[in-house]
Unconditional design. Structure first.
Length: 254
């Protein structure tokens, strides 16, 4: 029994066995390529946090520099928005009173601006993936902030003087006038600044493997800038600078 020769039809030279062997090699190649592809995606995503000082990899260095620039830009955007929120409430209180309604109005308008900016920034980023679009938007916003000390007085006077001088202002308008003043003065610049985060996420993301890391990094940088804006405006800027100078400084930074 053991001395019998194996029939030729079951040998490795038959067409059936050749096809089986070829299929085995094909499956191995597919699995190998898949592993290599997954490893490459992991390395590409992980390089988001790797040091940039690798002279042999220009692409990695350029990617790190681009991410750092995007983080700095959204940090500055979050910083300016929070400064405008804190200093803006102080500015409105001169004419509308330092009441609870002024703070509610300022916070609400800034939140509306953030919602609009996030949506519009994402829509524009999907359509135009160019930094020149941001420049076109940021320049008018910076100019508007620079002109707040000069032009905001006219806006607030128009809101207040529309009420008869010999009659008390209705309670409803005592609540809504600060909302109207805050929206006319601060809504547009804050909307433009809020557009930076989704725009930078779109520009800094090179593949689907990086979406989570890129978006988390950009949002974190923006939030850190907002935290810095709250404390610096409340503890430093108000004590050291006039309100008009603070607005003009924010215009220059924009």
């Amino acid at each position: 029994m053991f001395g019998q020769q194996t029939p030729r039809r079951w040998g490795w030279g038959t067409p059936l066995k050749k096809r089986a062997a070829a299929r085995t090699v094909e499956i191995y190649a597919i699995r190998t390529n898949t592993v290599n592809s997954e490893y490459a995606n992991f390395v590409t995503g992980a390089s988001f946090f790797l040091p940039c000082f690798d002279g042999g990899h220009r692409d990695r260095y350029a990617r790190c520099m681009r991410n750092a620039a995007a983080a700095a830009l959204v940090f500055l955007g979050g910083f300016i928005i929070m400064v405008l929120e804190i200093i803006g409430a102080r500015f409105l209180a001169k004419d509308f009173g330092s009441s609870f309604h002024v703070w509610v109005s300022q916070i609400g308008v800034v939140l509306i601006a953030l919602a609009l900016g996030y949506y519009l920034g994402g829509a524009l980023a999907d359509r135009w993936q160019r930094l020149s679009v941001l420049v076109v938007l940021l320049v008018p916003a910076g100019l508007a902030l620079w002109l707040i000390p000069t032009c905001a007085v006219w806006v607030i006077d128009a809101i207040i003087m529309r009420h008869p001088a010999d009659q008390p202002i209705p309670l409803l308008w005592q609540k809504l006038d600060p909302v109207l003043g805050s929206a006319l003065i601060f809504l547009m610049p804050c909307v433009v600044l809020a557009m930076l985060s989704p725009y930078m996420i779109r520009l800094s993301t090179q593949s689907l493997a990086q979406v989570g890391r890129s978006s988390g990094f950009i949002i974190a940088a923006n939030t850190v800038g907002s935290i810095a804006g709250v404390f610096i405006s409340g503890f430093v800027l108000i004590d050291q600078m006039k309100l008009s100078h603070i607005f003009r400084l924010m215009g220059v930074l924009t």
